[in-house]
Design a protein around this ligand. Structure first.
Ligand code: COA
Length: 265
């Protein structure tokens, strides 16, 4: 990744931070974008302290003008974008019948609309430059089977999956590869506070993972680094699931508990 310019939305915290640190370790110049500068600056400083190059650009991805500004500032400071990671997200558990219009709009706006705005702004620049590029979208395994309690996020991630596959074909002639990574439950502060806040909820979520543990942020960052690297030069329109086998556990192994009971020892 030496010298390549990577924009990572939501890059100050959680999975985005892990990706920023890993991409920087691999030689990329990283641009961190999210709403709050106070989330971005400490990560940018950490990267610079390690000898890397990082730029923090406060951006609400729901606003196309702010997204255009992000791409312009990146070009001015670091040059044209080689890698875009759409990682910014919002999520909370709420019964569908109680979800307000604002709540629905907030999550759809960040996840689906924000991903499109970023793809459009960066894609235009990549097409004009004529040297290709890599786009990576962070989705979730419930993009394909839904998720009771987070209807907004499930619908948005399903939309991002479709967007990923559409752009993979539409922009392939420009040398732009578009892929997605689908993390399972990863132990980040944001996910823990929004999705498994109590010890009991945390235990239940973990028990659904065949590997019987939460993922670590760097384990998603390694998969992301692969997908935007030349090791994945022929991978386009694909989703790499990194979830300890969790999504397969829903239905296919309904007899798993019974199996445990008949297992010797
Ligand atoms: N349950 C029900 N509704 C909720 C909610 C919850 N836990 N959290 C937010 N909402 C609703 C708000 O009530 C509001 O609707 P209203 O105006 O009808 O009351 C709407 O969502 C927007 O909330 P607000 O806080 O004004 O939006 P925001 O743009 O500042 O925040 C969110 C966006 C809602 C996605 C917020 O959770 C967020 O910023 N999350 C970022 C971090 C994150 O979610 N990480 C999860 C990683 S898995």
């Amino acid at each position: 990744m030496g010298g390549q310019v990577a924009i990572i939305t939501g890059g100050g915290t959680g999975l985005g931070k892990a990706m920023a640190l890993e991409f920087s370790r691999l030689g990329a110049r990283v641009v961190l974008a999210s709403r709050k500068l106070e989330n971005l600056e400490p990560t940018a400083r950490e990267i610079r302290d390690r000898g890397g190059e990082a730029l923090a650009v406060p951006t609400d991805v729901r606003d196309p003008a702010q997204v255009d500004n992000l791409v312009a500032r990146t070009a001015a400071e670091f040059g044209p974008v080689d890698i875009l990671v759409n990682n910014a997200a919002g999520n909370f558990i709420c019964p569908a019948e109680n979800l307000s219009v604002n709540g629905w709009n907030a999550v759809l706006g960040i996840v689906l609309h924000g991903t499109f705005y970023c793809c459009r702004a960066v894609g235009r620049q990549m097409i004009e430059r004529g040297q290709g590029g890599k786009i990576l979208n962070v989705i979730a395994t419930y993009a394909w089977n839904g998720n009771p309690g987070t209807i907004h996020s499930a619908a948005a991630k399903a939309g991002v999956l479709s967007l990923t596959r559409t752009l993979a074909v539409e922009w392939a002639p420009y040398g732009i590869r578009t892929n997605a990574v689908a993390p399972g439950p990863v132990d980040t502060e944001g996910a823990a506070s929004q999705l498994w806040a109590s010890p009991e909820a945390s235990r239940v979520v973990r028990s659904q993972v065949p590997l019987n543990r939460f993922g670590r942020p760097e384990e998603i960052a390694w998969a992301a680094a692969y997908l935007v690297s030349d090791y994945a030069a022929y991978v386009n329109g694909e989703v790499l699931t990194v979830d300890g086998g969790a999504w397969l556990n829903k239905g296919m192994f309904v007899y798993r508990q019974a199996l445990e009971q008949v297992r010797p020892g």
